[in-house]
Design a protein around this ligand. Structure first.
Ligand code: GUN
Length: 336
């Protein structure tokens, strides 16, 4: 196995190169570049934000971060930074980790009534004592920038306009902009979360895919996944989808963001990726999705890298939802 100094020196002794251990006829899938599409989406928002600013006021997003979850802190920081870059006003609330559901509702209620607030985002996950369903019931649907409220979810089920959850909406935007056809194709979603799995399954269904949702109790998960023309991996288990799960030529969307700190695992998953190995040597960790990276690159026809695939789109779609809600509030535009 490599030592950290091998890695730091980009060293890759020949006997340590791991041959691909599965049949593969595709050289390498097309990269679905989330960073590029995210830039495009943000650029398209700029004139709309300018119009709002010159006619009424800047769009405004309230961000509620409960407690001190380190990953959530980073996500929220990036969301606020994106607001600043685009000229969207952000309002930050930082309730303590031990806040009760009732106390949190008291903090959110004034935002629900504030005519200077267009969107309210409550960063997930929340501490265990908070009843998420109660929160989502009390959130004003006209400010539900995440599309998590019962009202928005009902509208999604019926394929009616309402804010859509940002990560699945970003995936759909990515597929659309890369002209990946969906109608009639078999889509398999692994993971059934309210934030990603369930909404993306519905969005794909509305585009006329034949959709299967898999989860922890699914029998023969590999067999189900191998039938997918479009495979969405969103179960939060590092590199759990391996070569035997991917049909040659499938489009693979990897929603997972998992931090790897085990050196042997990093070397096993990224044996040829010198940049990645150097990054690991420097930082002591690297990110991997829910799909084994080499398998995804070699077997798919197109795939989202981690990082740089789905991640950047979540924030772009949050900005888009905020602008849309502001246009509806301030310019009387319709939801469609
Ligand atoms: N946690 C992970 N993804 C999201 C998201 O899209 N919105 C919110 N509010 N929390 C999240």
């Amino acid at each position: 196995m490599w030592t950290p100094s091998d890695i730091a020196a980009f060293g890759r002794p020949a006997e340590k190169i791991v041959p691909l251990c599965y049949p593969h006829s595709y050289m390498s899938g097309t990269v679905l570049d989330g960073k590029k599409v995210s830039r495009e989406i943000r650029d398209e928002l700029r004139p709309r934000i300018d119009a709002l600013r010159s006619n009424k006021r800047a769009p405004a997003l309230a961000v509620v971060l409960v407690g001190d979850n380190p990953a959530s802190q980073i996500y929220v920081r990036n969301k606020i930074k994106a607001c600043q870059e685009l000229g969207i006003r952000s309002i930050e609330l930082r309730p303590a980790q031990d806040i009760t559901t009732e106390q949190l509702l008291e903090q959110i209620s004034p935002l629900n009534r504030d005519s200077d607030v267009d969107g309210i985002l409550i960063q997930m996950p929340l501490p265990k004592q908070i009843d998420v369903n109660t929160l989502n019931l009390h959130l004003d649907p006209m400010r539900d920038v995440d599309g998590f409220s019962a009202y928005s979810l009902g509208r999604l089920v019926r394929n009616e306009p309402a804010p859509r959850a940002c990560t699945p909406a970003g995936i759909m935007e990515l597929l659309k902009r890369y002209q990946i056809s969906i109608a009639g194709r078999r889509a398999v979603v692994v993971g059934r979360s309210d934030i990603v799995g369930k909404p993306i399954a519905l969005m794909l269904l509305h585009e006329n895919a034949t959709v299967t949702i898999c989860h922890s109790k699914t029998r023969d998960l590999a067999g189900e996944c191998r039938r997918a023309d479009i495979l969405i991996a969103a179960m939060g288990r590092p590199a759990a989808i391996t070569a035997d799960y991917i049909k040659p030529g499938a489009v693979v969307v990897d929603v997972g963001v998992n931090r790897l700190t085990n050196e042997a695992e990093v070397v096993r998953l990224f044996p040829h990726d010198t940049g990645r190995l150097a990054g690991y040597a420097k930082n002591g960790s690297t990110l991997v999705g829910d799909v084994e990276p080499m398998a995804m690159q070699e077997i798919s026809s197109a795939y989202t890298p981690v990082p740089g695939g789905v991640g950047p789109l979540t924030i772009a779609m949050l900005m888009a939802n905020t602008v849309k809600l502001a246009e509806m509030r301030l310019l009387g535009k319709s939801a469609g």
